[in-house]
Design a protein around this ligand. Structure first.
Ligand code: 2HA
Ligand code: ZN
Length: 295
């Protein structure tokens, strides 16, 4: 066999060795999570988006990382205002703009994409997915800025998730949108709330979504909170993996549901602030003491 044949054979060997991407744990996790979120009614139509930072070595088992399908410019931002350079070279699996969570599981390659942030921090290189010409979520700037903000305070952060959970949204219309009061009300609704989100909930006033401005404002809150409510729109969560991030939003939504089921009824009982301190101490969580009303 000549040298060229050997090279060709080796090349084929490499491509044959790549595993089936649709069976990759990170694709499966995206499918299962979007399906769960849809089932829970948090992501009607094209509502919601997820971005999940991936390990390059792991993705390399499934994709040829040198093969860029196309370059995707960031939407909703002026190139001059937005710079994702701190994430240059990082890989993300991201839900597509205009795509329905309902459909992800049946066709992940059309509804999801794997992108690498370009060296200039101004665009994303598509490595897989968006097979019908799709692009990253319209909230990609908010996601990338949130990743940058969370990584500064928690190097293990990997996931940013946005959705429209029903009771959390309902609560936005009837409860004061004050971070301390909103968090405190939710902490009172389920015993485990202060343990699950001891850092509380940040709140942004209603703002135009899909813009650089809401991305900047979200990221600023993310320096302090893993959960940020977008008033009268939805919620952002961030965490080290899909379960943690989903669990944060799920716990807020459960508490908001209890609130909405009881807010119009005379309150007979409550979890006390002293009780919450005992919980936080037992589970050794660093909680927002200024969000309690301690004597
Ligand atoms: O992707 O939820 O905020 C649709 C949205 C925008
Ligand atoms: Zn939304």
């Amino acid at each position: 066999m000549g040298i060229m044949d050997e090279i060709k054979k080796a090349g084929k060997g490499i491509s044959r060795a790549l595993k089936d991407i649709t069976s990759a744990p990170f694709v499966q996790e995206m499918c299962k999570t979007t399906a769960n979120m849809y089932r829970l009614g948090w992501d009607e139509r094209n509502g919601g988006n997820i971005s999940y930072m991936l390990d390059e070595k792991e993705v390399g088992e499934y994709l040829d990382l040198k093969k860029v399908i196309r370059t995707i410019p960031f939407m909703g931002v002026n190139a001059a205002d937005f710079d994702a350079k701190p994430l240059a070279g990082k890989l993300f699996i991201v839900t597509g703009t205009g795509k329905y969570f309902k459909n992800v599981q049946d066709d992940p390659e059309a509804n999801l994409g794997i992108v690498r942030i370009a060296q200039d921090g101004k665009s994303a290189e598509l490595l897989w997915g968006y097979k019908d010409g799709g692009r990253t979520t319209s909230e990609f700037p908010a996601h990338m800025m949130s990743h940058m903000a969370r990584l500064k305070v928690d190097p293990e952060n990997r996931v940013v998730m946005h959705c429209h959970p029903t009771y959390t949204l309902a609560m936005n219309y009837v409860h004061e949108l004050d971070e301390k009061k909103f968090t405190h009300t939710l902490w009172e609704m389920c015993t485990e709330c202060i343990v699950v989100f001891p850092d509380g909930i940040g709140i942004l006033p209603w703002m135009l979504c899909g813009t650089n401005e809401i991305g900047v404002a979200t990221a600023k809150k993310m320096e302090e909170f893993r959960l940020v409510v977008w008033a009268m729109h939805g919620i952002y969560g961030a965490g080290k993996d899909m379960d943690e991030t989903f669990g944060l939003i799920e716990t807020v939504e459960k508490a908001a549901q209890i609130y909405m089921l009881t807010a119009h009824l005379p309150r007979k009982n409550t979890i006390t602030d002293e009780g919450m301190v005992q919980l936080a101490e037992l589970f050794k969580v660093n909680y927002r003491k200024d969000f309690l009303n301690l004597k």
